[in-house]
Design a protein around this ligand. Structure first.
Ligand code: ADP
Ligand code: MG
Length: 469
């Protein structure tokens, strides 16, 4: 039955790579890398897609959080598909290594199925808009609290205004705090109010990808037209445009053209426009010239509110109040993790068919709870290390290169890398806006010195224990 045409597997691989591209675009780099990237495709036959995850835990996580979306995306590729299976199989046990995903920095797989180059601009606009918008991200289910009320109000204003109130609206904040959610909320609302308004939502990575593609197909005209003929352009995670000269240039022109024509722009980023250090000065100042709204880390009330709202959405779930309070107290990192924790607890209860208790919750979330407890801040590390070496904390950020301050600074960078989950660029930023290669160099240097100098190694070890305790 399952006789494959010679090109069948190629098509399947292509479909799979598109599904992954979409997952990555929708759920973001962090979630994609931790949960979805490790998922491998086994086979597609008789309307059933079989995939496998490397551990049981990952499987459960994927099933509880992403399975619906994965199924929907597969169906989008092939309407005959009606089921997906996710099995557990360790990487080593897989006969054929199929990990063809490019590293996180490349943008290739985020491509939509067809390109506007082949189809003309109009359908591409529709595809981008509808394809990437998530139904779950609307204003109705966005819970407002102190930390996000300003950004929320600004988003509402843009969505409900008849004339552009400020341009651009720039929303920034840490990962998992609701930037994408708010942005989709604006798009849905604008669309609901006036379906004829043309809204494009896309990630900065996709913007770059499309631009590079247009260059390759020598079709930059259509690219420009596509963006310049919209009413509202939304670019998510603009920090990813940093550093790419020609894309920045193009983005800048697109940006100016739209502002000149009084079209609304909504941009999000992980920091304020002035903090976008990989970006040209003129673009930074352009991004900051409308309304800049930041989303702060959550507080307990908001976290509890969000949990209650999610439980209600899940419907008919009975969840002891103390479990919700416990989660709101303990999962403080961000809303995405909080949601993930809740989903895991709910999925578990459904799977085993027993009601949730505080004990099972604690057991189930051990890893998450530990990670949330152990969150050590870079500021903390800087302070301790400065104290230890008897230098000023300000010297952690300063440009001074004297050994007496440079070495402690390197130690602090090293410890930041070891003890926090921050990326190299993030660490660099906290040390007076240094480049990630400087951090990398510091890490190597400290490792080297620790090997050759026992006293130094002891010092570092001592500091580590002090900070961890
Ligand atoms: P970001 O884009 O800032 O990284 P997202 O917008 O992707 O964060 O939000 C992460 C998750 O948290 C999403 O599932 C989103 O629906 C949820 N979320 C964030 N903020 C809120 C909120 N205020 N109310 C309800 N859900 C929220
Ligand atoms: Mg986002």
């Amino acid at each position: 039955m399952a006789v494959k045409k010679p090109d069948a597997s190629v098509t399947t691989d292509e479909q799979w790579s598109r599904v992954r591209g979409r997952l990555r675009a929708e759920f973001g780099e962090a979630a994609y890398n931790s949960w979805l990237q490790p998922l491998s495709l086994d086979s597609v036959s008789d309307g059933r897609v079989t995939m496998h995850a490397p551990t049981r835990f990952m499987r459960e996580w994927i099933v509880s959080r992403y399975a619906d979306r994965i199924r929907a995306l597969w169906r989008g590729e092939d309407p005959k598909i009606n089921a997906i299976d996710i099995a557990v199989r360790a990487k080593g046990a897989v006969a054929v290594a199929r990990d063809e995903t490019p590293p996180a920095t490349t943008v290739a797989p985020a491509a939509p199925a067809g390109s506007y180059a082949a189809r003309g601009p109009a359908p591409a606009v529709e595809r981008n808009f509808t394809g990437a918008l998530d139904l779950r991200y609307n204003f109705d289910n966005f819970v407002v609290g102190k930390s996000n009320e300003f950004a929320h109000a600004a988003a509402q204003r843009v969505a409900n205004a008849d004339e552009v109130p400020f341009n651009p609206l720039f929303i920034y904040g840490g990962v998992g705090l609701g930037k994408t959610h708010l942005m989709h909320g604006i798009a849905w609302e604008i669309r609901r109010r006036d379906p004829t308004r043309r809204v494009i939502y896309l990630s900065a990575e996709k913007f770059m990808y499309q631009f590079i593609r247009a260059l390759r197909f020598k079709d930059t005209m259509a690219f420009k037209e596509q963006f310049r003929s919209v009413d509202v352009l939304m670019i998510d995670d603009v920090q990813f445009i940093s550093g790419k000269g020609s894309t920045q240039e193009e983005f800048f022109h697109t940006f100016n053209a739209l502002v000149d024509q009084n079209r609304q722009l909504v941009i999000t980023g992980d920091r304020s426009p002035s903090g976008l250090d990989g970006m040209e000065e003129r673009l930074r100042s352009r991004l900051g010239c409308g309304l800049v709204a930041d989303i702060h880390p959550t507080d307990y009330e908001l976290r509890l509110g969000i949990l209650e709202s999610k439980i209600e959405q899940l419907g008919a779930q009975t969840m002891p109040r103390r479990v919700l309070e416990f989660l709101a107290h303990r999962i403080t990192s961000n809303i995405r993790e909080l949601e993930g924790a809740l989903n895991r607890v709910v999925a578990h209860a459904t799977l085993v068919g027993r009601p949730v208790t505080l004990e099972t919750t604690q057991e189930l979330l051990q890893d998450l709870l530990r990670a949330n407890d152990r969150r050590i801040s870079i500021e903390d590390i800087q302070k301790r290390v400065a104290e230890h070496f008897n230098i000023r904390v300000a010297d952690m950020h300063s440009a001074r290169r004297a050994r007496a301050v440079a070495r402690p600074r390197q130690v602090a960078m090293y410890l930041a890398k070891q003890l926090t989950s921050r990326s190299l660029p993030e660490i660099g930023r906290k040390f007076g806006g240094r480049d990630h290669t400087t951090v990398m160099h510091a890490v190597k240097k400290v490792e080297q010195l620790s090997k050759s100098d026992a006293e130094f190694a002891e010092d570092v070890e001592l500091l580590r224990r002090m900070i961890e305790s």
